[in-house]
Design a protein around this ligand. Sequence first.
Ligand SMILES: Cc1cc2nc3c(=O)[nH]c(=O)nc-3n(C[C@H](O)[C@H](O)[C@H](O)COP(=O)(O)O)c2cc1C
Length: 328
Amino acid sequence: MLTTRLTHAFGIEHPVVLAPMDVVSGARLAMAVTDAGGLGLLGGGYGDERWLKREFATAAGTRVGCGFITWSLARRPGLLDIALEHRPAAVMLSFGDPAPFADRIRAAGVPLICQVHTLDQARQALDAGADVVVAQGGEAGGHGAGTRSTFTLVPDIADLIADRSPGTLLLGAGGVADGRGLAAALALGADGVLVGTRFWATEEADASARAQARAVAADGDDTLRTTVYDIVRRYDWPAPYDARLLRNQFVERWHGRESELDAHLTEVAAEFTAALAEQDFDLANVIVGEGVGLVREILPAGEVVRRMAQDAAARLGRWAPRTAALGG
Ligand SMILES: Cc1cc2nc3c(=O)[nH]c(=O)nc-3n(C[C@H](O)[C@H](O)[C@H](O)COP(=O)(O)O)c2cc1C
């Protein structure tokens, strides 16, 4: 239906890639996306060796890749060897300099995907020899730099790639939750999309059903970018990163009062841990992007892939004759 350089390069049917969402993108979800004709990436995230081995073992026989948070991988570089032993379809690196890992990934014959948020980071990814660059706009769920929107970042990086490394592929990420988003990303110069939030809200995601229900009820105005959950989880994310997630009581209380949160960290961290265990999402975090407003039901992931691809193809097809007429 929609053939692009991405579908050719990876031998997939639809130009849709599952974002490697930390722990949420387990084997079940990655396999469901691959089986539906997209490409599933396991969410290696901060790096848990037992989780990684178990999920790769479960996905054995299905073509999936995996992603890491680069600054965290630098503290546990052995995890990359574990991933490479499983001959992943790709390794994706986000949030940090990919150069220290790029040679090992390419020497293993595995495609390197680098997620970036600025033109400078895109140049760094091209210098490292990325096979695929993901341009992530600030609409995205989860961590990012939040300074650029998908709508301008994708064509900006498309131009950079055309100029410096035309063989490199480009994915758009951030706010792509349906066929309109996929069609738009392709029109902006991407070869496909990387999708997080829409797949988080699927049956196969390792996400709490209670959190998913809250997200389905939310709209696109209900998210913001903040560092409060990184502080309370004691994750030392380097500048300039923060994360987009759903507003709740915890965010209303601490966003903008980060130094006070720091000062009360021991007690607030205990409250947060208890809230997480009780699935109390007034206090615990629900990590989704602006695209959450387009999520109206929890669906099987394969259905999301098929609907997104079909709808994008129909939309782009609808425009083709008019464009030709205009051109004539
Ligand atoms: C719940 C959640 C967890 C995420 N975890 C990671 C992660 O561990 N590593 C990563 O590279 N990106 C992560 N992301 C960001 C995605 O890679 C991607 O950029 C983003 O989801 C795209 O925007 P969207 O959420 O609007 O689809 C996460 C996103 C979400 C929603």
